[in-house]
Design a protein. Structure first.
Ligand code: NAP
Length: 338
């Protein structure tokens, strides 16, 4: 049988266990051109929360009763396509299920020459590594000697952004995270020169000004809301604001107030630009370049990362909720099958 977590009701505010229902259905059969993938790891990505709303996101809204979709890492069990062979480890867009049947083109073979552990491909050698690298360097156009500010700096994406910034010669890298433990890890492990604990800071704008008196050349936004407001108070001339995510808004029941200081963009002739990693996933040569560079850093001991692996299919709904309480440590994934 094939276990699935489906959308039982649309979450209002924070996602709760009762928003999801577990069901068992027969293992799907494949058609010409498709593969049957046994899912090993389901990635807990905050963007999934947006797929559960009636308004949808960059995907059509997930219908009630449908399996929850997301990025997965799995093994090809059956194939009706010359593109993928049985036994290959693949990643792609799947669902919170044991098995998924889909066109072979939905999955890419995971290269086995870059990382030694399967978990590497859930984090720095997967979509998260591509998000951090592409966002900071191609969208943010970071140049050596510049200063960088990152919200959500101890999370999956943020923990890589700080290190990549330093590896590319950033002069000063400041992060924002929730809690002393996350701030300690950001400074000791993830390349940050300083980390602002927003939960203990009354005036975020002043705290950023103290940490970055000259302002930020690049602001890498993972959170939004009050953080974007405070960051916009502290940008340099020709700054780049990279909008990777806006997690503070994902569970909001009312629209968040927008920044009131957008004029600072004009004052500083700054650019604000969003991106989606999904748009670069089909660019295989570019992705390979990104992941090869990250793999070199890992092998040289110059880039560290943490994968927080939760065990078992039943752990998925509660694990997903941890993304929004911050009760996780690094890249959050659930191991579904061996
Ligand atoms: N553009 C893309 O293609 C792309 C790809 C991947 C991810 N993303 C985005 O990147 C961001 C980070 O994703 P991730 O996978 O690295 O997750 P993550 O940072 O590992 O986990 C989410 C973190 O966000 C913080 N957070 C949650 N709710 C918050 C709130 N209301 N206010 C302030 N902070 C809050 C928490 O950290 P604290 O404990 O520090 O508060 C939590 O640990 C998300 O916005 C995600 O949607 C975008």
């Amino acid at each position: 049988m094939n276990r699935q977590w489906v959308l039982a009701q649309r979450p209002v505010g924070l996602p709760r266990h009762i928003d999801f229902a577990k069901r068992e259905v027969p293992v799907p059969t494949i058609k010409d051109g498709e593969v049957l993938v046994k899912i090993l790891y389901a990635m807990m990505d905050p963007a999934i929360r947006n797929f559960l709303n009636a308004a949808g996101s960059y995907m059509t809204p997930l219908p009630l009763g449908s399996p929850i979709v997301g990025v997965v890492l799995g093994r090809v069990e059956q194939t009706a396509s010359p593109a993928l062979q049985v036994g290959m480890i693949v990643s792609g867009f799947g669902s919170w299920s044991d098995y998924v049947a889909a066109p072979a083109g939905n999955f890419s073979r995971v290269p086995d020459d870059l990382g030694s552990r399967l978990e590497d491909y859930t984090h720095p050698l997967g979509t998260i590594g591509a998000t951090a690298h592409h966002g900071l360097l191609s969208v943010g156009n970071l140049a050596a000697g510049e200063s960088v500010l990152v919200s959500g700096c101890a999370g999956a994406v943020g923990s890589l952004v700080g290190q990549i910034a330093k590896l590319k010669g950033a002069a000063r890298v400041v992060g924002i995270a929730g809690g002393p433990e996350k701030c300690r890890r950001a400074c000791e492990s993830y390349g940050y020169d300083e980390c602002i604990d927003y939960k203990e800071t009354r005036d975020l704008s002043a705290a950023i000004r103290k940490a970055l008196p000259q302002g930020a050349n690049v602001y890498f936004e993972n959170v939004g809301g009050a953080m974007l407001q405070a960051a916009l108070d502290n940008i340099t001339k020709n700054a780049r604001i990279v909008v990777c995510g806006l997690i503070a808004a994902y569970n909001a029941v009312e629209p968040l107030a927008g920044p009131t200081n957008l004029w600072n963009l004009v004052v500083n002739t700054a650019q604000i630009r969003a991106f989606r990693v999904a748009d670069i996933l089909p660019q295989h040569a570019y992705l390979r370049t990104i992941h090869s560079e990250i793999a070199t850093w890992i092998k040289g001991g110059r880039l560290v990362y943490k994968v927080d692996v939760r065990d078992g299919f039943d752990a998925i709904p509660d694990s997903f909720g941890c993304l929004f309480s911050g009760a996780h440590d690094g890249r959050l994934v659930v191991k579904i099958n061996d």
